[in-house]
Design a protein around this ligand. Structure first.
Ligand SMILES: [Zn+2]
Length: 447
């Protein structure tokens, strides 16, 4: 660790917390210990926290008070099967009942607020209390450590609309505490990429962090230009699914393993890979996580299920059995690292990324893209858009080894998956278009 990083970690970070009255670093120290506790101990704690937030919601949230009464659910007499019978909290319920869900214990302006952009077309506003934001930050800091990233280190960050500090306080914080070198992913071009790499070579960030696909784009750029001196000690990929072929390219470009992370703004860090890269450790200390089949029963290990989250700490806006609209695979394996936190195998996609066949069955769009990229040579990037059930547009970025056979194989693959009689149209482009947030989507179903 450099001197500046050590100063930031051991002096400026603690001073900042002291001045702000933040419990962030104290929570982090506790989390550093608790990750090694046996699973049964962590499960017992989780159960207690679950009962506590349910009791809290029954008392302070008019929405849950009414819901629990209607369902005959009594948090004081907690039973898992009655809990699992509670209806799911969906994004449309949140939009329709925000005021009722919010805790009466807080005034609205005491809560933090987050608006998620509308990559699926509809925006969502959620709230959280101050204690929750400190825990959420500590959760992220602990999982940063699994990528050999400690607070205070300088981070090369690939992010859409990065914050630009304007106040003196903000500038001081950026200089001493949050030490970032940003590349704005909204605007990836020759000029911004080469300026970013120039800054990297001067400032030597220790960690690379960003949206999975933006990391890949940077990695490609670096490899194509034969740049070999960008050597972070850790790479954290987040915000979208990390495709297997993209992981390979990123690791090759920077000579370093990638730690994949999964979370969302509404409930923060859900799961993260440790240094063993054997799946993702679930954040069961602060979340109760279910994987559900379409009929609402629990998916088994190795089986895909819709991810449903109960946030154990956010009292400002309790999230109980929240259907996050992602699909993932739980695991029964234990990780060789020895942490007690259980594993999930992977996230297989967002519900919104599922494409539809004419018979009504669904295809995991991102997994299909991943498989196609692995199986068919000549394609650099692929995005599948389905404007109508019988129409599929393939946005293709060609690789140097692209040939007419590539297109034939691509069309054949998609005909096999979607059946004959579907209009499949390849469209060749320089790069995959981004969302406004700077993120990318590989599969877009508009049906
Ligand atoms: Zn592990």
């Amino acid at each position: 660790m450099s001197l500046a990083s050590s100063l930031s970690r051991y002096v400026f970070h603690p001073l900042w917390d002291l001045k702000e009255g933040s419990r962030r670093l104290r929570i982090l120290r506790e989390l550093e210990r608790s990750q090694w506790l046996p699973l049964e101990v962590l499960r017992a704690r989780q159960r207690k926290r679950l009962e506590r937030i349910l009791a809290y919601a029954a008392t302070h949230s008019p929405y849950y008070r009414r819901l629990f009464q209607q369902q005959g659910f009594d948090p004081k007499n907690f039973q898992l099967h009655t809990f699992r019978a509670l209806p799911l909290l969906t994004k449309s319920v949140i939009r329709a009942s925000t005021d009722e869900i919010l805790s009466t214990e807080f005034k609205r302006d005491e809560l933090g607020m987050h608006k998620t952009g509308g990559s699926t077309g509809v925006a969502l506003t959620t709230y959280f209390d101050r204690d929750w934001i400190e825990t959420r930050t500590a959760d992220a800091m602990r999982s940063d450590q699994w990528a050999r990233c400690y607070h205070g280190m300088k981070v090369a960050s690939l992010w859409g609309n990065p914050p630009i500090p304007r106040s003196l306080k903000g500038r001081l914080r950026a200089l001493l505490r949050d030490r970032f070198v940003y590349l704005d992913t909204i605007d990836l071009n020759e000029h911004s990429l080469s300026a970013f790499i120039g800054r990297w070579q001067r400032e030597h960030p220790e960690i690379l962090f960003g949206h999975s696909h933006s990391l890949f784009m940077l990695a490609r750029y670096v490899l194509d230009r034969g740049i070999h001196n960008l050597r972070p000690r850790g790479i954290i990929s987040t915000s979208m699914m990390l495709l297997a072929n993209e992981r390979q390219v990123i690791e090759e470009a920077f000579g370093c393993k990638v730690n994949d992370r999964y979370g969302s703004e509404e409930v923060a860090l859900i799961a993260c890979e440790c240094e063993q890269h054997q799946g993702m450790h679930l954040n069961i200390e602060h979340l109760f996580i279910e994987f559900l089949r379409p009929d609402g029963t629990e998916a088994e290990a190795g089986e895909e299920g819709a991810i449903v989250i109960t946030d154990l700490l956010n009292r400002g806006m309790p999230f109980i059995r929240y259907r996050i609209e992602d699909v993932g695979v739980p695991s029964a394996r234990t990780c060789p690292c020895g942490r007690g936190l259980p594993l999930m195998e992977r996230v297989t996609g967002r519900v919104a990324d599922y494409l539809k066949r004419r018979d009504g069955s669904m295809v995991a769009g991102v997994s299909l893209v991943e498989r196609t990229l692995t199986a068919i040579p000549g394609i650099e990037q692929l995005q599948v858009v389905q404007p109508a059930v019988e129409e599929i547009v393939l946005n293709v970025v060609r690789a140097p080894d692209f040939s007419p056979a590539t297109e034939q194989a691509l069309l054949a693959e998609f005909r096999t998956v979607f059946g004959a009689g579907i209009d499949i149209r390849p469209q060749y482009m320089e790069r995959i278009p981004q969302e406004r947030s700077g993120k990318y989507r590989f599969a877009i179903c508009r049906v």
